[in-house]
Design a binder for this molecule. Structure first.
Ligand code: BES
Ligand code: MN
Ligand code: ZN
Length: 496
């Protein structure tokens, strides 16, 4: 879909649909007032009759409003003016998109960006509008053979700013948003693809496609023999039960001089997690096709960064494998030597994410990183702790954690920090090896991060547990594209 930024009054717009807000109780926003004035109080009369209160979720579609050049006016309830938070703003945009889709208008001019959101400027409002609109319109139809009836689709949305002075900010926001939208779409598509299609080889091909699309991205793929030579035994221990070959994908984005130390993003790419010999229960096991969402978010973020042409260096590292039970599969109690030289007693083969990530973290040392951030659907415990509202964040460097928390706040893709204290680390003690791969039922998200931290001692590191945020379950099952907005915002902030 196309987005344009313009300044200009509502009464002058020749369009299929004008979108304007109404506050609760029955209060006109500035654009609604302008329409009211030119239409001889058409809106205030209607509101007085009680057709729309202005509550969030309400809407009213009007035709033939006198004095206008627009075919339709779509009134959107915005709730109470003083309650307009970041998330309420996004809700308003989502509601307006759903209503607009039903009108039959193929283009529209929206005045919702004039709503005041505390501490937010036009750059923020335009970006959020584009991201929320595209997020609402997203569908995954790759495997539907019967195309939906060809309803007239919305093709163009004009977003308004008050004067020409705000145009450059608005246009920059649109450029950033369109890049992020592309990244999110790639992430969601890859994640939604079933595990019989989206295998480690498929992810490697997708990475190579990114390298073909953007000359700024160089892609290399290591196979199991390469990994054996590097001593990546904990990673290889996970793939033993699978017939699909494991891969280690590296994407190097170069937007700055080669001396500039890169930010390394490591994404968990388990394309299907059965649990292995410590097999999972059957209920909802299909959702374990989403266990590669960390990997998908690394690919999506790199796409966004390359589209914006950010002046920084970023490396994506993706360890990718299936986790399957089999005659050759790793067994509980097996002891494996990781690439770092540390030994691990695998007490539960379902705690496989940390086993592939730890070798990828060791491998990341070779890029002399400024920071390393890993992204993983790592623990069910994180879903219990934070639900689907925030990703779990753990870090060995507080300034890095701060930066990520801030990027989460401003992008609306939030994270929440959990502690990495010494006391939790003890839960990983093993009588036979340097550590066990599980730390008991308590504080599962933290002990998983403690495990990873032992392989991230040589650099500043943060871990994002996206088990609760990467996809939604139930009747609206599907990937969310998170944390592409958070990560891209972090990189945008870094490149300032
Ligand atoms: N991929 C899962 C984590 C997961 C489970 C994410 C459910 C989202 C929903 C991970 O590999 C896993 O199985 N973790 C185990 C760890 C446990 C064995 C210590 C878990 O969370 O149960
Ligand atoms: Mn698992
Ligand atoms: Zn897993």
């Amino acid at each position: 879909m196309e987005f344009l930024i313009k300044s200009g009054n509502p009464e002058k717009q020749r369009t299929a649909c004008l979108i304007v807000g109404i506050f609760e109780p029955r209060r006109l926003t500035p654009a609604a007032k302008a329409i009211d004035n030119i239409s001889k109080k058409f809106l205030s009369n209607l509101i007085r009759r009680g057709d729309i209160e202005g509550k969030s979720g309400q809407s009213l579609l009007l035709h033939n409003v006198p004095g206008l050049l627009a075919d339709r006016v779509l009134l959107i309830g915005c709730g109470k003016e003083r309650d307009l938070t970041d998330s309420q703003y996004r809700t308003i945009i989502t509601n307006s998109t759903k209503e607009l889709k039903e009108t039959g208008a193929m283009e529209a001019v929206s005045y919702l960006s004039e709503l005041n959101v505390r501490n937010r400027d036009y750059y923020w409002k335009i970006r959020q509008t584009i991201e929320a609109t595209e997020g609402t319109l997203y569908q995954f139809n790759e495997y539907k053979t019967k195309n939906k009836p060809n309803r007239r689709q919305i093709k163009k949305l004009v977003l308004t700013v008050p004067t020409r002075k705000e145009l450059p900010d608005g246009e920059l926001a649109a450029k950033h948003a369109m890049a992020i939208v592309k990244g999110i779409k790639l992430t969601r598509d890859l994640a939604n693809r079933p595990a019989n299609i989206c295998t480690p080889v498929h992810l490697a091909e997708q990475a190579k496609n990114l390298g073909k699309l953007h000359r700024s991205i160089k892609v290399t793929v290591l196979d199991e023999d390469d990994m054996t030579k590097l001593g990546m035994n904990t990673l290889l221990s996970v793939t033993r039960g699978s017939v699909e070959p494991a891969k280690l994908i590296t994407l190097e984005y170069k937007g700055a001089k080669k001396e500039v130390k890169p930010i390394v993003l490591v994404g968990k790419g388990v394309t299907f997690d059965t649990g292995g010999i410590s097999i999972k229960p059957a209920a909802a096991m299909d959702e374990m096709k989403y266990d590669m969402c960390g990997a998908a978010s690394v690919l999506g973020t790199l796409l966004a960064v390359a589209e914006i042409e950010l002046p920084i260096n970023v490396v994506g590292v993706i360890p990718t494998t299936e986790n399957m039970p089999d005659g050759r599969a790793t067994k509980p109690g097996d002891i494996i030597k990781s690439m770092s030289g540390q030994t691990v007693e695998i007490l539960n083969t379902d705690a496989e994410g940390r086993l592939i990530l730890c070798d990828a973290l060791t491998y990341s040392e070779r890029f002399h990183p400024q920071v390393v951030i890993d992204i993983a659907t790592l623990t069910g415990a994180c879903v219990i702790a934070l639900g689907n509202h925030a990703s779990g964040l753990l870090s060995n460097h507080n300034p890095l954690a701060r930066d990520l928390l801030n990027a989460g706040e401003s992008s609306g893709d939030r994270a929440w920090q959990l502690p990495l204290w010494e006391e939790y680390n003890k839960q990983l003690d093993s009588p036979f090896a340097d550590m066990a791969n599980i730390g008991g039922r308590e504080a599962g998200t933290i002990t998983a991060a403690c495990f990873l931290s032992r392989f991230a001692e040589k650099y500043h590191w943060a871990h994002l547990d996206i088990a609760g945020t990467a996809w939604t379950s139930g009747k609206n099952k599907g990937a969310t594209g998170r944390p592409v907005p958070l990560l891209t915002q972090y990189l945008l902030d870094k490149s300032k």
